[in-house]
Design a protein around this ligand. Structure first.
Ligand code: CO
Ligand code: ZN
Length: 334
């Protein structure tokens, strides 16, 4: 699975620019699904299992990553930028970023007295050009850039940009590969534009009209020195979301996930996240409402250039999702 994860995270795919990620995911899953198509917004929607199944289970993992967008090129060739998705300015200091065409730049900053004065409008990207004219040969206003960090294989743990949420995409692709003959109709959605407001999942959920919606996304951890309190640790298993800012997990879905983890001996932890949201936030509000939940991959240093996951957690998330595909979904109603 590591090769697939590396290919997914290293690909360029800032929100609104998911095409290349979609292509490599489609190549990975093509042989393992019954049907696959791309919708109007760019979501990749893949289906497995019987058409006449009792229930449709929709998974969603978002293909997009956070990034920057060029707003202005000055006379000396420096690029001013804004953010796409949640990025705090100080995370960008001295970072390298890369554009879709492979152009690399480093982020510089004007002289500031205090760290709190460090605003994005005082920062710029230097792509090594001496003039506006020269810079314009490589980059235009409106071009997006992502962090420029390759995956580092640390053995049990992996470090890379864009674990949020390519690791969820890898979990979903792996689930589609491992499914034998699922009891339910499984729809795997690789969604667009989650980082700017759960946009792709909203239209995908309308089209799929699932009986159960599950986001596969990252969550933070509270296991680093003096971390903000969060009862999730790297290596302690799949995180079953209880609540975040976008969703209060449906009680039946929560109970089913907890029971399945117990029944299948899958290590898990309960997640209450006091910030952020996932595609499940959009899915559960689609049509007349969809019971929804989220299986989260614990991840350190979220929305930073180097996000860390543990392979045993990734495995636990795959196992729990596969177990769900085979479960009797009428158990949600109890
Ligand atoms: Co995110
Ligand atoms: Zn995410």
């Amino acid at each position: 699975m590591k090769d697939m994860i590396r290919a997914f995270v290293e690909e360029f795919g800032v929100a609104g620019h998911e095409g290349r990620v979609r292509t490599i995911i489609a190549d990975q899953i093509r042989e393992h699904v019954d049907d696959m198509h791309t919708d109007a917004l760019g979501n990749l929607i893949a289906t497995r299992g019987p058409e006449d199944a009792d229930a449709t289970l929709m998974f969603s993992a978002h293909m997009d990553e956070i990034g920057l967008i060029v707003t202005h090129i000055d006379d000396n060739g420096f690029l001013r930028f804004s953010n796409i998705g949640g990025i705090q300015p100080h995370r960008l200091l001295d970072e390298r970023v890369v554009f879709a065409n492979g152009q690399v730049g480093t982020v510089g900053v004007e002289r500031v007295e205090k760290l709190k004065d460090l605003k994005m409008e005082k920062m710029f990207i230097d792509i090594g050009c001496a003039s506006k004219k020269e810079a314009a040969e490589y980059v235009e206003v409106g071009d997006a850039a992502s962090f420029h960090r390759p995956l580092v294989d640390m053995g049990d743990r992996l470090l890379s940009k864009a674990m949020d949420d390519r690791i969820g995409c890898a979990v979903l692709a792996q689930v589609l590969k491992e499914l034998d003959s699922p009891k339910n109709r499984i729809v795997g959605v690789f969604s667009v534009q989650e980082e700017v407001g759960l946009r792709g999942a909203r239209t995908a959920a309308y089209q799929v009209a699932p009986d159960l919606g599950i986001a596969l996304d990252v969550t933070g951890t509270g296991d680093t020195p003096k971390a903000r309190r969060l009862d999730v640790s790297l290596g302690d298993g799949a995180a079953i979301k209880i609540m975040d800012m976008s969703l209060i997990t449906h009680p039946g879905v929560k109970r089913l996930l907890l029971e399945l983890a117990e029944e299948h001996g899958i290590s898990y932890q309960r997640e209450v996240l006091e910030f952020g949201g996932t595609d499940a936030g959009a899915i559960h509000l689609s049509r007349s409402g969809v019971p929804s939940g989220c299986i989260s991959i614990p991840t350190r240093y979220l929305h930073r250039p180097s996000e860390m996951v543990d392979c045993s957690d990734v495995r636990a998330c795959v196992d729990l999702a596969v177990a769900l595909c085979g479960a009797d979904l009428s158990r949600i109603d109890r």
